[in-house]
Write a protein that binds this ligand. Structure first.
Ligand code: SF4
Ligand code: SF4
Length: 444
């Protein structure tokens, strides 16, 4: 239990500089209202401000700092970064946590490092093996683990509702592009990479070889493996330089954030002006369409709901583009909920990440706005079907009513969110809700 007014001043606190005191938590509580772990559990001790105080206490009592304490704390955070975005004091709890994890690493860091760095062998192998798992429909931990692994398999049942009718090639103007596909697309969702390459080529960009690119390093850093993260960053920086500093394009919100953070990392051997050039070169794929034209064919009974990845930090280029193309055919909840992916938290506290995911699903499947008043009958189970106005025997009653079952499709713009949502998807109207990256519903 945290008593906010019972702080005692330790000798270490007295020695704090003015800058450090200014950067201390003022218990304003702003981070509490955005933290998905707190919102899913309502446990005060899991809110970022309580965790900040625990970290501060651990720092002041170094002799009591134990690897078990660090791991327990680390398991209570899914590294969404929302608290850091909100904190008026500029406190970055996930970064503090990463530093602490790095100093007190254990088996989870070891596993995570190998999971990321040897994923080209492990991920496809596990994904294939999971198909043969005896029961992946249950709710016990083993079944849920199998569901998470099965989520890596490419979707086979998502139609391509958007087709490109005409590419706008003016924006490209023959520029070179280095496509940063990220670990998931390179290893288990290769169609995302292939489609992105086709889109960029059709838009008139010159694709340069992505050989040499590796993990963006973000999850390695958050997991507390900073040396491996630094090595990945340096390798990517060298690959960009070798390609003569072209545009750097990605279709994953987490990769985008990971790459954007390079410019603030002075430990990389930047040349004069290179950090700014890096920032200017980095683009989300969905911002490159220019005035391209699309055709859209979405069934009346389908609700496309958009999941906003936390790592876009509110500036979501993908939803802006999807809305321009799909208009009312796509909607998103009033407030974004974290999917609970959480990187290393999946290794330590899967129950907690599930709770976060459940809240996210409740949010995504809440009643979406009505799509089109001219369509009489697509939303009966949501309670606003026009057929309810007619008697069953009424000859004028619309015919669609019993034939149409509403379906949900969740799309997003982050590789990690796609896998997490696919692995936790519930059933709706007797069918498992489909989940895809926006690239999955596009025919280039
Ligand atoms: S990073 Fe996200 S989950 Fe972790 S404490 Fe901050 S808001 Fe909560
Ligand atoms: S937002 Fe920052 S200052 Fe406010 S309670 Fe959270 S950590 Fe403390």
């Amino acid at each position: 239990m945290t008593h906010e007014n019972s702080q005692t001043t330790s000798p270490e606190t007295e020695k704090m500089t003015k800058k450090e005191r200014e950067a201390a938590c003022i218990l304003c509580g702003k981070c509490v209202s955005v933290c998905p772990v707190y919102l899913a559990t309502k446990q005060e001790e899991l809110a970022p401000k309580a965790k900040q105080r625990t970290i501060a206490a651990l720092k002041e009592n170094k002799q009591k700092l134990h690897v078990t304490d660090c791991n327990k704390l680390a398991e209570m955070c899914v590294s969404c970064g929302k608290c850091a975005q909100t904190c008026p004091q500029g406190l970055n709890f996930p970064q503090q946590l990463a530093t602490m994890r790095a100093k007190h690493s254990g088996w989870r860091q070891w596993v995570w490092n190998r999971w990321v760095n040897q994923g080209s062998v492990l991920w496809p192998m596990l994904s294939t093996l999971s198909k043969a798992a005896p029961d992946s429909k249950g709710k016990n931990e083993a079944s849920r683990f199998v569901q998470s692994i099965q989520a890596m398999q490419p979707p086979v049942d998502i139609p391509q509702y958007i087709s490109v009718a005409q590419y706008d090639t003016e924006l490209a103007n023959g520029q070179s592009v280095l496509l940063f596909s990220g670990c998931t697309a390179n290893r288990v969702q290769k169609s995302w990479k292939q489609k992105s390459e086709a889109i960029l080529t059709n838009l008139g960009y010159q694709l340069v070889s992505a050989k040499g690119l590796t993990c963006c390093g973000l999850t390695l850093d958050h997991a507390g493996v900073p040396d491996a993260a630094h090595k990945s960053r340096m390798q990517n920086l060298r690959a960009w330089r070798a390609a003569e500093r072209p545009l750097l394009v990605t279709f994953c919100a987490t990769c985008y954030l990971g790459l954007a953070e390079y410019a603030h990392d002075d430990s990389l051997d930047w040349a004069e002006g290179e950090q700014e050039a890096w920032t200017n070169a980095l683009r989300p794929l969905s911002t490159l369409w220019g005035d391209s034209l699309f055709t859209v064919d979405v069934p009346a009974n389908l609700f496309i709901r958009y999941h906003q990845p936390c790592h876009w930090h509110g500036k979501d280029a993908d939803f802006t583009w999807l809305k321009e193309v799909l208009y009312d055919e796509v909607s998103k909840p009033d407030s974004a909920s974290c999917c609970g992916m959480g990187g290393i938290a999946q290794l330590g506290n899967r129950k907690l990440t599930r709770k976060v995911a459940t809240r996210c699903w409740d949010n995504l499947l809440q009643q979406p706005p009505k799509k089109d008043d001219s369509v009489p009958c697509y939303s009966k189970p949501m309670g606003n079907c026009l057929c309810d106005l007619y008697d069953e025997e009424d000859e004028d009653a619309p015919e669609l009513c019993d034939a149409v079952t509403p379906e949900y499709l969740i799309v997003t713009g982050c590789s990690g969110c796609t896998l997490q949502l696919r692995g936790t998807a519930p059933e709706h109207s007797g069918k498992k809700v489909k989940v895809g990256h926006w690239l999955d519903i596009l025919a280039p």
